[in-house]
Design a binder for this molecule. Structure first.
Ligand code: GLP
Length: 241
């Protein structure tokens, strides 16, 4: 694992955007798989600025979204569809046909998940997987469990996650209890993985990711087995290493 510890959130966002930019410049048709959450917002902002300055061109890039809540329509401001469009895609020149997002309100979850995995494969797999991390060590919505699912699948969100994500909703009852997520298989098959974490609340999860026993109870520990992982964290998130 390549660990980069930076001063603060601003430096983290810059370092993350620089890594993405290097990948896209080297391979313009890079297949990205992208996370939501607070952590990557600064990286998306930096990438938009790089695009506006003419430093990167997303016209050949392909992007998959990592996960999606069930029961929220794409127009819901807390849906990950809405987040990805508003935080990133609508500000860059990625082609609409190169954007893949999970439909959390599909009538056919099995087909939705199978089709998503098929689309990832048809695009040659993920070149660069970008990840945040849950306080409980989840990646995307791959929650701590007795076993992990390698494919895109339906998840019952843990109480920890519902509680952590309730900060984005009016109250905890509004947080969806189910979600779809790309599975650990596609994540681990990505050519390169970049994981971002900021702030003291992520210290335990980051410590386990790097130094913990590999366990399905801490999905991020599986990253220890991947040949090309870069972890970018700020000093606060590194404070227990
Ligand atoms: C959500 C997302 C994850 C994300 C995590 C951490 O549960 N499904 O992909 O990594 O939250 O989010 P944050 O960056 O806001 O701490």
């Amino acid at each position: 694992m390549n660990l980069i510890i930076v001063k603060d959130y601003q430096e983290l966002s810059q370092a993350a955007a620089d890594l993405v930019a290097r990948e896209i410049i080297a391979k313009p048709d890079t297949v990205l798989c992208l996370p939501t959450g607070e952590t990557p917002i600064g990286m998306y902002r930096e990438l938009i600025q790089k695009y506006q300055r003419g430093e990167i061109d997303f016209s050949e890039a392909v992007a998959f979204s990592l996960d999606e809540y069930c029961s929220l329509s794409p127009e819901h401001p807390q849906s990950y569809y809405y987040y990805m469009q508003h935080t990133f895609f609508r500000h860059i020149n990625i082609k609409a046909e190169n954007i893949y997002l999970l439909n959390g309100i599909t009538q056919d979850i099995v087909a939705e998940c199978e089709n998503y995995d098929k689309q990832i494969l048809e695009n040659g797999g993920i070149d660069l997987q970008i990840l945040g991390i849950g306080n409980n060590g989840h990646l995307g919505f791959n929650e701590p469990a007795i076993s992990l699912n390698s494919k895109t699948h339906l998840v019952n969100l843990s109480d920890d996650t519902i509680h952590a994500n309730s900060r984005f909703f009016k109250n905890i009852e509004e947080v969806p209890t189910k979600a779809l997520t790309v599975g650990m298989g596609a994540i681990m098959k990505a050519t390169k993985i970049m994981l971002l974490a900021s702030g003291e609340k992520k210290t335990a999860a980051i410590n386990k990711t790097i130094n913990g026993l590999i366990s399905t109870r801490s999905p991020s520990t599986f990253l220890q087995l991947h040949p090309d992982v870069t972890i970018i964290i700020d000093k606060d998130a590194a404070s227990k290493l």
